[in-house]
Design a protein around this ligand. Structure first.
Ligand SMILES: Nc1nc2c(c(=O)[nH]1)N[C@H]1C(S)=C(S)[C@@H](COP(=O)(O)OP(=O)(O)OC[C@H]3O[C@@H](n4cnc5c(=O)[nH]c(N)nc54)[C@H](O)[C@@H]3O)O[C@H]1N2
Ligand SMILES: Nc1nc2c(c(=O)[nH]1)N[C@H]1C(S)=C(S)[C@@H](COP(=O)(O)OP(=O)(O)OC[C@H]3O[C@@H](n4cnc5c(=O)[nH]c(N)nc54)[C@H](O)[C@@H]3O)O[C@H]1N2
Ligand code: SF4
Ligand SMILES: [Mo]
Length: 689
């Protein structure tokens, strides 16, 4: 008879708004995890995991895992290593970093992002270590910083309706988000709303699997969403559909906005820019303003363009103009991450940073500009001599790949990578260190898509000699002789530092209660309608700043996305958004994901294919002045003409030519927030070979 399995509660660590609660079944005899499933008791998980994380055991027990420290034997990029001991690895690293730091610690660049979103494994001991060292600071802008800045400047608080509120909506817009791929746990709530008659609109240049299931697909031209929102606001003011009472009590400069949109943003003008019929813009505005409650789920698609900040501001202004924030199931959600009373300073300890003569902090390097930062030809003062990568795979995922790869290939660059797998970046490491998966480590999580707190206890012992991020930086700090007591904090101590447990929204939540009962919702009012009575900027009576506030531009043009975007033209706008079976570049090296995604694809409209002599199923080359990659053409009316779609992020080693879509994306930044402009990218497409 098989022994009774133990159930351990874990949290999905990936960069995804759903932050699922996972039940891991562990065989008490073999101590192996034998099953993962979505927690049926956690409302926002709803008892199911996505197609990727259902395979988490394949990831955890993969034969391809890095299980021991290694040092490079072949050339950079070849991926040849030999096993060394942890002592050897830590000695080499501390010796090298110590020597560089003695001259100028800012020549050391840490590089991390989204491998795990756990509060202690990503952003505690690691940050303490690099702060204490005086290393360059990394501006972590690759994903959300543009939208964050736009929300900070307008509504001032990164919160919105929680997922369950969407079931009460009568009108839902999914704006620049492929919900069924990247936020699938919102779908059951959307489905409930539709069962009660709600209308679903998807605004996306690609007819994604989400758009296919909507009542209306709005194929906006990439990078022009601000124009669409402004055209809608024009119609709403013009036709007396604005909530003047709400605007008067809870916003600033509504009269300025009204005058500007009435003058400049007619539906005809918006139509010219967005490539949508003016009548469609009018109809959308009318139904959005009339069907109540009206909810918008805005995600990252719109902010990966140069004008992303202006776009997010214009969209987030819509619920204020129609007073949608008043209703349960109304408003707009981009991120819920500011709902939590986290204590990032206690975890990160910025006070450990050595300051310059004028109290200046070490220099800040924008992670989207890694290519530039590593370029020895540019006057980067000081030149980066050591790169330390964890929780990230910049060789595959950072824009302007040729620049990144030339930097990584520099013989004079000392490179350390801590990862679970030999990623494209790991192949360039001088020292490669084995990282644990979430099943082998301790963590605590907030979410950016709901408002629950979740605790992750290790389900199994670390495999091989793998260690977690906290343990790695504890060991390195000891090796380097850092004496501050905070470098000896245990994981349990770090958990207690992660939140302000005395904050009213943490009432009833403790490590003990999380262990006993599983995930807990913050003690916020139910329904959580954060701006029902204003309260923007989190101040009593604080007022929303609207699009165009204080002279800010209402619309910022894309740099490349609509360059000759009317087909047939020579340049096409490339959108390389998340593939269904990948999660950024995680899972891109695993069997089941590769079997499902098969090969890099390029969706192209029949008109654009025909004018280029491209047939369905043919290999094509996609290129511009920065680089090139290849994919298999899928000729489809599911993309707007003038636009091509390359689901991402492929591991380079799994592509026909060792390059993925980031070979053509650029290091240009968004209008505000220093964000990446992945989808603001003009390319040529031609038959390969
Ligand atoms: N063309 C294009 N490029 C993109 C995007 C796009 O849409 N299109 N999306 C961008 C976005 S939004 C993001 S967020 C980035 C992120 O892109 P990536 O850097 O690829 O991020 P992830 O895949 O989240 O994880 C990076 C690595 O962290 C490792 N890892 C996981 N857990 C741990 C851990 O506990 N410790 C350590 N040391 N390592 C761990 C994983 O194995 C993985 O190799 O990609 C960006 N790049
Ligand atoms: N399966 C899966 N899930 C993921 C990820 C993954 O890689 N795979 N990545 C995770 C991460 S790190 C993030 S940041 C989130 C991202 O989450 P989302 O932002 O929801 O990402 P996508 O699902 O690609 O949705 C973005 C959509 O925007 C569209 N788009 C591109 N340009 C424009 C534009 O100018 N205007 C409009 N309106 N739409 C545009 C794209 O075609 C795409 O369908 O997903 C997370 N979840
Ligand atoms: S990736 Fe997202 S949907 Fe999938 S299990 Fe993790 S949190 Fe849930
Ligand atoms: Mo992201």
């Amino acid at each position: 008879m098989s022994p009774k399995l133990q159930i351990v509660r874990a949290v999905c660590p990936h960069d995804c708004p759903d932050t699922c609660s996972i039940q891991v079944s562990v065989d008490p005899e073999t101590k192996r995890a034998v099953k993962v499933r979505g927690d049926p008791e956690h409302e926002n998980t709803g008892g199911f995991l996505c197609v990727k994380v259902n395979h988490y055991l394949e990831r955890t027990y993969s034969p391809d895992r890095v299980l021991h420290p290694m040092k490079r034997t072949g050339k950079k990029g070849e991926g040849h290593f030999e096993r060394i001991s942890w002592d050897q690895a830590l000695d080499t690293i501390s010796d090298k970093l110590g020597r560089i730091a003695a001259k100028d610690p800012a020549a050391i660049l840490p590089y991390s992002y989204s491998g795990t979103l756990g509060l202690i494994q990503n952003g505690s001991m690691d940050h303490r270590f690099f702060h204490r060292l005086g290393a360059s600071r990394l501006d972590r802008t690759i994903c959300a910083s543009c939208g964050t800045e736009a929300l900070n400047q307008t509504i001032g608080w990164r919160v919105g309706p929680e997922p369950s509120a969407f079931q009460h909506a009568k009108h839902i817009i999914l704006w620049g988000t492929n919900t069924l791929t990247s936020n699938v746990h919102l779908w059951p709530f959307i489905q409930k709303a539709r069962d009660r008659g709600a209308k679903l609109v998807v605004i996306d240049p690609i007819r994604t699997r989400t758009a296919e299931r909507a009542d209306t697909w709005v194929p906006v031209r990439p990078g022009t969403d601000a124009a669409l929102a402004l055209g809608m606001i024009h119609v709403i003011f013009r036709e007396g559909l604005a909530d003047r009472d709400y605007l008067a009590r809870h916003s600033e400069e509504a009269d300025v906005l009204e005058a500007k949109v009435l003058e400049y943003w007619s539906p005809a003008q918006a139509a010219k820019i967005t490539g949508l019929p003016a009548k469609d813009i009018e109809d959308l505005a009318r139904e959005y303003a009339s069907l109540k409650p009206a909810a918008i789920r805005l995600n990252y698609g719109v902010q990966r363009h140069h004008g992303g900040g202006a776009a997010v501001k214009a969209i987030i202004t819509l619920p204020t103009v129609v007073g949608a924030w008043r209703h349960e199931g109304g408003g707009a959600l981009l991120s819920s991450s500011k709902a939590y009373p986290t204590c990032s300073e206690a975890l990160e300890r910025p006070d450990l940073m050595p300051l310059g003569a004028n109290k200046e902090k070490p220099r800040l390097v924008n992670m989207n500009e890694l290519g530039r930062a590593l370029d020895p030809k540019l006057t980067n003062d000081p030149k980066v001599q050591a790169l330390f990568v964890w929780c990230a795979n910049p060789a595959a995922s950072t824009p302007d790949q040729e620049a990144v790869l030339s930097g990584l290939a520099r013989e004079d660059l000392f490179c350390v990578v801590h990862d679970i797998f030999v990623t494209d970046t790991a192949r360039y490491a001088d020292i490669l260190l084995p990282a644990t998966t979430q099943l082998e480590q301790t963590d605590i999580h907030k979410s950016y898509g709901h408002i629950d707190v979740l605790l992750n206890d290790p389900a199994i012992a670390p495999l091989g000699e793998a260690i977690s991020n906290t343990e790695l930086f504890r060991r390195l700090a000891a090796k380097m002789g850092f004496e501050e007591a905070c470098f000896r904090d245990s994981d349990e101590a770090l958990l207690t530092q992660a939140f302000d447990w005395a904050h009213p929204s943490m009432e009833g939540i403790s490590l003990a209660s999380l262990r006993a009962h599983g995930p807990q919702r913050l003690a916020l009012p139910r329904p959580f309608t954060p701006f029902r009575e204003g309260g923007f900027f989190r101040r009593d009576g604080g007022r929303a700043k609207l699009a165009g506030h204080e002279g800010a531009p209402l619309y910022v043009e894309p740099l490349e996305a609509s360059r000759n975007a009317s087909s047939p033209g020579p340049m096409l706008a490339l959108v390389s958004s998340p593939a269904h079976h990948f999660l950024n570049s995680s899972f891109s090296g695993l069997g089941f994901s590769l079997r499902a995604e098969k090969t890099p694809m390029l969706g192209i409209h029949p008109t654009d294919a025909k004018s280029r002599g491209i047939r369905d199923g043919q290999r094509v080359r996609i290129w511009n002045e920065r680089g090139a990659f290849e994919a298999t053409a899928r000729v489809t009316e599911g993309v707007r003409s003038g636009v091509v779609s390359a689901p991402s992020v492929w591991w380079l080693g799994r592509t026909p030519t060792g390059r993925n879509a980031n070979a053509v994306t650029s290091q240009a930044l968004t209008d505000i927030g220093g964000g990446a402009t992945f989808y603001d990218c003009a390319v040529q497409v031609e038959p390969a070979g």
